[in-house]
Structure formats: C-alpha cells, structure tokens
Design a protein around this ligand. Structure first.
Ligand SMILES: *Cc1c(COP(=O)(O)O)cnc(C)c1O
Length: 404
C-alpha cells in the first residue's frame, strides 16, 4: 500500500489536528485492516531516542521495555545502538529473541525469584538491582557472575507513578547493603533510582544525583571499593494535554549535576515513556450511539479495558481527534465497547455529530497503553500496524507492515 507520507507528524498531534496526509493514512489503514488499530511509527522512536541521546550526551540509554514491549521497538532501537533495561523473564526472552547482545542489558527489578536471576544469567545479563538485604542474599550463589546496583528511594507525589513508594531504600540502608555485600564478596557496581514516571521537574533528578554523590563519597570514606556507576532511571516527560519542557532544556540541570560526579563514574538512564509515547496513534471506530440526558454517547470499539487502559493505570490524558470536522458541536461522551459502566474514555467533550463507523484518533498512545490492555468481555485488543520499520530513506519511506 503506497502513501504519500507515512511519517505521522507528531507536532500536529499536540495541536489536536491531523494533516490531510495523516487522515488519508488512517483511513486507508482502517479500510485494509479494520478497527481498532494502533499505528506504531518507528521513525518517531528513532527521533525520540536521538533527541534524548543528544540531550544526555554522556549517558548510556537503556530503553525500559515495560511501557511498550513490542519486537519492532526493540529492533528499531537495537539498530540505533541503544541498550536495554529488562525487568522480567518475559522481557529477557523478548530481548534474546531479537538478538540484543546481553552485555547491552541490565536487569532492574528490585525483587526477583531465583528463576528470574537464573534466566537473566543464562541469557548473559549480569547487572542486577537490589534494595534490601533479603534480596542481596539471593545473589550469594552467583557472586562471581554478577554486579549489583543499589536502588535508592526518592518520593515524588506529582509523578504519574511514584516509583519510590514500592521500591528503593534510604542512603543509610544503601550503605548497610554495600557493607554487607563487601563482607559476602558480592560486587556492588553502583547506585540507581527512579524519580517517578512523567516527572515534570528536572530538580527531582538533580536532588537524587546529589544524594547519590554523597553516598558514593561515604562509601570511599568507609574504605569500601569505589562505586563505578550511577543509573538515573526513567521518568522523562512528554506532552499529553499539558505542555512540558523541551527535552534539551529539561536535561540541562541534570547534566550540570552529573558533571559534579567523579569522572570515573559511568552514567546510565532507563527511559521508557519518552521513547515510545509519541510513536503510537490509536484508531477506534464508532460502533453505535445513543442520546442520554442531553449528551451524545458514542460507543467505540476500543476503551478502558483495551488501548485506553492508561486512563486507569497511568493517569495519562490522551489528545483525541475526530476525523470528521466541522458542523455543530454537541456535548458528547466517548465510551468503550464493554458492558461495564466504568468503560468511558472521555465525558463532556464537544464533538461534531458522528455516524457509526466514523473514526476517533488517540494521540500519544505508545506508553503504558497496549502494554496494560486486557481482553475483557472478549473484545480483542487493537492490532498494531508498523510504519517506517526500515530506517528512513527515499526508497523505504512508504512501506507499511501488519504485525497482528
Ligand atoms: C517503568 C520503569 C522505567 C521506565 O520509566 P518511564 O517513566 O517510562 O521512563 C525505568 N526503570 C524502571 C526500573 C522502571 O520500573
């Protein structure tokens, strides 16, 4: 199928308008594959990876698979030279299957079963994360094969997900873990943290980096082996309905804080959302409609239990666009297909009068969307259509592939 422009212009997503080319692309994809769809554009994955890489020039980026564990995303980032952050044996399997060299991976789940450790080691991943002594003890049998990061906790009430409530330890506990590891002959490589997903303020990273620097100095003061690595986690923000700082500006104070660390310290990050959120558009179609209490209710073939699961699990507000434009706007509700009443995507929004079969596009639908979707009520998950899988060039720009 040939398209004039298969690159979805993400600048226009934020403005909640689609170009004529985008509309043509969406309509032809639905006519070929049906709805609901998720349209994954590899070119945006590349652009986002390069943007963050440029904004954090001395940091090795390990893409966290969790927000969008799709083989095409892994393949695209592998070609870009990315490293990877794995957290489960399923993610290890996906990385292995896509030929990711194990030395480009770290395993960052703070709580693991012995089988999880063995699966990662069998693949060749040897860097793991701990945040307590119970977990540290699990590495006694593997002490000659592993290097560990100790995860610190920094609470963040403003983030979409405060990832320091469930995981991470205090600086004092970190020092106790490092001393015990020394006694048990387990190598501690460094420190890690996650300031929270969709963190709006770079100061959160700056504060965490400064605390980690203090811990690193205390490690040396106590005569323990110096730490070689700092992992500053994920959390880098993207534009949903609210504008965030451009990434170069966001990373400036972070780079300044990193420059205060000893030169021997290698820095890693684990971005997830920032790489993938913008790269996916969802397309749902109207299955039916009713007028209820002065509002038009439109029932779509995708909802909260499907691609819009992030409305429940992630706090995200996705920009929504109707392909139909013009005419009178009426107060409307967009609901999902299941028989459950919580399955509502948007209420009290002004939309033109829609026909059954009309299409609704969701923007910024790449992170924590399909990854947390269910098959509730036997509504099948949206199919993913992959755009621009081959690196961008004159010859390859119009290719498109069905993944299923
Ligand atoms: C979820 C997660 C990430 C990715 O976080 P984003 O906010 O999506 O960038 C990175 N590291 C760990 C340990 C995670 O749990």
């Amino acid at each position: 199928m040939a398209h004039a422009h298969s690159v979805l212009n993400f600048q226009s997503f934020a403005a909640r308008t689609l170009s004529a080319d985008d509309i043509r692309l969406v309509e032809s994809a639905v006519s070929q594959f049906g709805a609901p769809l998720l349209m994954l554009d590899c070119e945006i994955i590349r652009q986002q990876y390069r943007a963050l890489n440029n904004a954090l020039p001395n940091v090795t980026l390990h893409f966290a698979l969790k927000p969008l564990p799709h083989p095409v995303v892994v393949r695209t980032l592998l070609e870009e030279g990315a490293s990877f952050d794995l957290a489960t044996s399923g993610e290890v399997e996906l990385a292995a299957q896509e030929g990711v060299p194990a030395e480009r991976t770290i395993h960052t789940h703070p709580i693991k079963r012995d089988a999880d450790i063995r699966d990662a080691l069998a693949y060749g991943c040897s860097v793991f994360v701990v945040d307590n002594l119970n977990e540290l003890a699990k590495f006694k049998p593997y002490k000659d094969e592993v290097e560990l990061l100790v995860r610190l906790s920094f609470r963040n009430a403003e983030a979409f997900a405060d990832l320091s409530k469930k995981f991470g330890c205090s600086p004092e506990q970190a020092l106790a873990i490092i001393e015990t590891a020394q006694a048990w002959n387990i190598r501690i490589k460094g420190l890690s943290f996650h300031v929270g997903s969709q963190t709006i303020q770079p100061q959160k990273y700056v504060d965490a980096i400064q605390t980690c620097k203090t811990v690193m100095e205390e490690v040396v003061a106590r005569g323990l082996p110096a730490l070689s690595t700092l992992d500053i986690g994920g959390g880098f923000p993207v534009n949903y309905t609210r504008q965030v700082m451009p990434i170069e500006q966001f990373c400036e104070p972070i780079n300044d804080a990193l420059n205060e660390l000893p030169e021997t310290v290698q820095v890693l990050a684990e971005p997830g959302r920032f790489i993938v959120a913008q790269a996916v558009m969802s397309v749902a179609s109207v299955m039916g409609q009713a007028e209820r209490e002065g509002q038009m209710w439109y029932y779509l073939d995708d909802g909260i239990y499907g691609s819009f699961s992030g409305l429940m699990f992630d706090d995200a507000q996705y920009p929504l666009v109707t392909l139909k434009q013009g005419g009178d706007l009426l107060p409307s509700v967009l609901a999902g297909p299941t028989c459950d009443s919580i399955d509502v995507i948007a209420e009290d929004i002004m939309l033109p009068q829609l026909e059954n079969g009309d299409l609704i596009v969701g923007c910024m639908m790449g992170a924590y969307t399909s990854a947390t979707a269910t098959d509730f009520n036997f509504f099948k998950r949206a199919q993913t259509i992959v755009l621009n899988e081959d690196a961008f060039s004159e010859d390859s720009m119009n290719q498109e592939r069905l993944i299923g």
